[in-house]
Design a protein around this ligand. Structure first.
Ligand code: PMV
Length: 312
């Protein structure tokens, strides 16, 4: 096999970002904006047809190191803006890990891919949870550390003193609109900001616990198909995340503009810029108000496949 194309989805977080880093519950959905990676063996490392040291990308360097590879030529095509809170580096890591496995003739084992991609993210960022890489691998919807039935269990991932129990979830048909502020905000510094705040203040630690509690309530609303109840919890989560210091004016502006036409709205991902998400049954109006406030709207289809081979 000398040429493999693999794609992996990006994601948004319904509830639980930041708190999930500390082992609290979270819920994330894969979305139909994918990162596509084509790899083939080569006599030198190449990225997008130019000679390049692939190892300057920490994610790819980590993954290459796990596969003892001869040089490869890689073509990257992303429909996910980097630093937007939609998990672009996780989707890259998942797709690249799967592509190298397929190139070496291995079957795609989702648990191994999710774990390797998480280690690559951790290596690159020095922190974080396995949420993005697990949802990008599995697709559809996942919950972390939410009590669930045995049949829904996917895998456990542990790091340092934390373990995340990852399960698949059934998500009823709901419409979400994502609003991108256009502000690129890398994840690592925001996760670090919350960690410092939490270490210094019992108050911040209580907010993290509260995010965990309302995420469990949100899971209950999803199970009951209660969009109104879920929306209210999302809006409350946005307030808690703002208190933790990870929102910004541009995000608040898009959230406020969406709320009159939505069940709820919040920032999604690490914040500081990046994206917000609204749960709504008026996606066209919400897209228009997001655009009128300078955001870039995406109406999101969920029920999206995880990592998969596109061509070989
Ligand atoms: O900004 P993103 O897409 O990398 O989302 C990060 C989600 C956090 O909970 C803030 C960090 C993490 O690793 O879970």
């Amino acid at each position: 096999m000398n040429d493999i194309t693999v794609s992996a989805p990006s994601k948004f977080v319904i509830l639980g970002e930041h708190a999930v880093v500390y082992g609290k519950p979270a819920i994330a959905l894969a979305i139909d904006r994918r990162f596509t990676v084509r790899v083939r063996r080569s006599n030198e490392f190449r990225i997008n047809n130019e000679a390049s040291d692939i190892r300057t990308s920490p994610h790819m360097r980590y993954i290459i190191g796990q596969h003892n590879m001869i040089p490869v030529s890689v073509n990257l095509d992303s429909k996910v803006p980097a630093g937007s809170g939609l998990g672009s580096s996780a989707a890259l890591s998942v797709a690249f890990s799967a592509a190298l496995r397929a190139l070496n003739g291995f079957r795609l084992n989702p648990e191994s891919i999710a774990k390797e991609a998480y280690e690559a993210e951790y290596y690159a960022q020095g922190r974080g949870s396995p949420m993005d890489t697990s949802v990008s691998t599995h697709g559809h919807g996942i919950a972390l550390n939410v009590p669930n039935s045995k049949e829904n269990h996917l895998w456990n991932i542990s790091k340092n003193d934390k373990t995340w129990d990852i399960s698949k979830i059934e998500v009823p048909k709901m419409t979400f609109v994502i609003g991108y502020t256009g502000i690129r905000a890398p994840t690592g510094p925001l996760v670090e900001k919350v960690r410092k705040y939490k270490d210094r203040n019992k108050f911040a630690s209580d907010i993290v616990d509260e995010i965990g509690n309302i995420t469990l309530e949100g899971m209950d609303k999803i199970r009951k198909n209660d969009v109104e109840g879920l929306g209210k919890i999302m809006t409350y989560d946005h307030k808690l995340l703002s208190i933790l210091g990870v929102s910004c004016n541009e995000l608040n502006k898009l959230v406020d503009a969406s709320l009159p036409y939505s069940y709820g709205a919040k920032l999604t991902g690490s914040g500081g810029g990046g994206c917000m998400v609204a749960l709504t049954d008026k996606p066209k109006i919400v897209s228009d108000v997001i655009a009128s406030r300078g955001g870039i709207p995406y109406i999101v289809s969920t029920g999206v496949d995880g990592v998969k081979i596109e061509y070989n």
